[in-house]
Every structure is written in C-alpha cells, then in structure tokens.
Design a protein around this ligand. Structure first.
Ligand code: ASP
Length: 410
C-alpha cells in the first residue's frame, strides 16, 4: 500500500522547493513572475485562513470554556496562561536587548545615520493606554467580527461562554449550537490546512525571489541579530518549559510544533496559523478544551518574537540616531516592548506598527522606522514563527499543570 506523506513533511518539501524556485527566479530575473503568478495563490490560501479565523476563535473559545464546565477552572487556566505569556515575553525582551547590545557594542550594526532624513514612515496615532483598554470592549459585536478585532472577539467569547454556562439547562440549545458549529468549523479547518503546502511553496518562492538581495544588503546583520535572539529564546525557553513543565523532550516538542512553525514562518500571521497550531497542539497531547482557550488568546496577545524584534530594532534605530540607551532606558524598553507586543495583532507587519509605541516612549523619532520597512517581512517571518511556538508551548504546559491538579495521568 502506498504510504501517504505526512503534512509536516509535505510542508518541509514545499519550503525547500519554494526556496529553490525562488533562487532560480532571482538569478534569472523572474522576480515579477513570482509576484504576479505565484504569490496570488499564497494570498488565496491566506484569505481562506483569515476567513475562518473569526469563527475559529469565537467557537473554539466558547467551546473550550463550556468544556471546562467550571468558572473556577476557566479562571485558573486564564491566570496561568497570562502569567506564562507575560513572563516569557519579558524574558524575550531581555534576550533581544542582550544580543542587540552585543552587536551594537561590537560595531556590527550598519551606521545608517546619513539615511535618517530619508527614512519616511508615518506612524499610527496612539490614543494612550486607557483608550486601548476601552477599545477592548466592543459596543457592537458584529462590528468586532467584521473588523476581525481579535481582542474584542475574545471578550465576546468569554462573556458568551460564561453566560451559557451560568444559564445551565436553559442554555442547552446555545451549548449544542456552539458545539455543532465548532465541529463544522473543525472540518473546514482540516480542509484549509491540507492546502498549506501550496501556500508555503508560493510564498517562499516569492519572498526568496524578491527579498533575497535584501538579506545580503546592509541590514543583514540586524536581521541576523534578531534571528539569533529568536533561536536562543526558542531553544532556551521553549525547550526548558517543554521539558520541565510539560515533561516532553525538546525534540518531541519541536517536532510536534514543526508544521505550525513553518506555516507561521511563511504566512507571517499568528491568527492565520491558528488552525494549524490547534492541530499540532492536539497531536502533542494538549487537552482540547485548554488549547481551544490558550491558542486563540496566545495568537492575539502572546508575541515573544515580536518583543525580541522590537528590542533589537529599538537599539539599532537608536544607534543610527546617535543615542546610546542607558540601563534605565533599557528597563523602559522591556516594559514597553512587553506591552506593545501584547497590543500587536496577530497579522502580518503589525509588530512594526507597534514598534512606534516603544520608540515614542523613548523619545526616538518614529519616522526612523522607515530604515527597516523594506525588510520587515524578513523580520516578521522569524518573529511570527516564535510567537506561534510560544502559544503551543503554553498550551502543552497549562494542559500538564491542569492535569496534575486534577490528578489525571495521560
Ligand atoms: N506577524 C506577527 C504575528 O502575527 C505580528 C508581528 O508583526 O509582530 O504574530
């Protein structure tokens, strides 16, 4: 009988083939071909993922809350999840700052201060912390769905999940509707995920063909610095938490998370990767009710890769502007980058928009972001990959903690 190639292997082949085709197109001057004829297929695939992401978050979270069937358990899972997210993100910031300072101190960052005047970038206006807080609560839930405002969708899910549970027998119909919808969404997810090798191949070919030169350009060392931070964080923090908290060998952890990592790397969107992360967490033995809760939340507020990127970019931009950050300012970077990463949406390029908040706090002109705009996708691939890995690590750890608490063994 013919053996079917597993999805992670298919994705790996697609990645390799994408790089090879991208390089061929790069050296033969066919960059436009990848942009006009390959990338659109990747876009179709990402559109399909985006179109299911709101129902996935909504039904997955409500279903997860209902499956826990106990408000105390929801509170305990929520608290552990948020604590895990905050601690790992703060560590990510420290790792980012350490490597950025090593690179900067050694003079490995390019000196682009001549280009500063030309660095054109118009940042988004921030209304301040309180207005961000107010915006989390929707005044019209349909609007939240239409705008795919994930923080608001999470709030809607929490309120509905809790209320259906409290309504008891009278809420039974709603409970059944959610569970029935979620089963349908799961089938749809399976179908869309099975198409992921196409998305990975086409996006990879396009990125390699069009941005290959940038990797070799002046920003290569800044990108390298961020990637060292991403890799060190993954090896140190996720291996350690998988081993220590979830009792899972790092090899098994990364093997299990592999499909989602590659997918995040090519799609640059944690939200779009959500269906794949769910499938990985399930395969790795995370409790479904817990990953249904942790993963949507993580894809919205847990961004360790983004935090590392924001720290590296801040040190780099500051050095171009002739500013040496003091220890006190570094502490401010850790706090603001942690908050900025929480506020970053799980979509392509969002981390760069939130970088403005970190720079603004430090008094560095935000227009200097223009220095790195052209290569943001290259930073974004690595940071999204790390963001998603962190979400999966959290779901296996919290599952283990809850299992241990309930005295269950698996
Ligand atoms: N693209 C990232 C994500 O979806 C967010 C970012 O731009 O940092 O996780």
């Amino acid at each position: 009988m013919k053996k079917k190639i597993s999805l992670p292997m298919q994705i790996l082949f697609a990645l390799g083939a994408g790089i090879i085709v991208g390089l061929i197109c790069y050296f033969t001057g066919l960059q436009d071909f990848t942009k006009n004829y390959l990338k659109p297929f990747g876009d179709i695939f990402v559109n399909l993922l985006k179109f299911i992401v709101v129902p996935v978050v909504l039904f997955s979270m409500i279903d997860g809350i209902l499956a826990m069937d106990d408000m105390k358990k929801v509170g305990s899972v929520g608290l552990k999840t948020v604590l895990y997210f905050m601690c790992t993100t703060a560590v990510a910031c420290v790792i980012g700052l350490v490597f950025a300072n090593i690179f900067n101190g050694a003079g490995w960052f390019p000196d682009l201060h001549e280009q500063l005047g030309a660095a054109e970038y118009t940042p988004k206006e921030f209304g301040g912390f309180m207005s961000v807080l107010v915006d989390i609560f929707p005044s019209n839930m349909w609007q939240s769905f239409v705008n795919a405002n994930m923080l608001q969708v999470i709030v809607v899910s929490l309120f509905f999940g809790g209320s259906i549970m409290v309504a008891g027998e009278k809420g039974r119909l709603c409970r059944d509707i959610v569970s029935s919808f979620y089963s349908v969404i799961e089938r749809l997810m399976e179908f869309v995920i099975s198409l992921s090798p196409i998305g990975v191949f086409t996006y990879m070919a396009w990125v390699t063909a069009t941005q290959g030169a940038e990797i070799l350009g002046s920003l290569a060392l800044v990108i390298l610095c961020a990637y060292i931070g991403y890799i060190v964080h993954a090896i140190l923090i996720y291996s350690l938490s998988a081993q220590v908290f979830a009792g899972m060998s790092p090899f098994k952890f990364f093997k299990g998370a592999f499909a989602a990592m590659i997918f995040a790397f090519t799609s640059t969107s944690s939200a779009a990767t959500l269906p794949v992360s769910k499938a990985c967490a399930h395969e790795m033995g995370a409790e479904d009710e817990i990953s249904s809760f942790v993963l949507p939340l993580g894809s919205t507020i847990n961004m360790d890769g983004t935090a590392i990127y924001q720290c590296v970019a801040t040190v780099f931009i500051a050095s171009c502007a002739g500013i040496q950050l003091s220890i006190g300012q570094m502490v401010i970077v850790v706090v603001t980058a942690t908050l900025a990463s929480i506020g970053t949406a799980g979509v392509s390029g969002a981390g760069m928009i939130m970088l403005a908040m970190v720079l603004e706090t430090l008094g560095i002109p935000v227009s200097y972001i223009g220095l790195i705009v052209a290569v943001d996708r290259l930073f974004d691939m690595g940071r999204t990959c790390l963001n998603v890995t962190g979400d999966i690590a959290c779901s296996v750890c919290v599952s283990k903690w809850e299992r241990a608490k309930a005295g269950k063994r698996r």
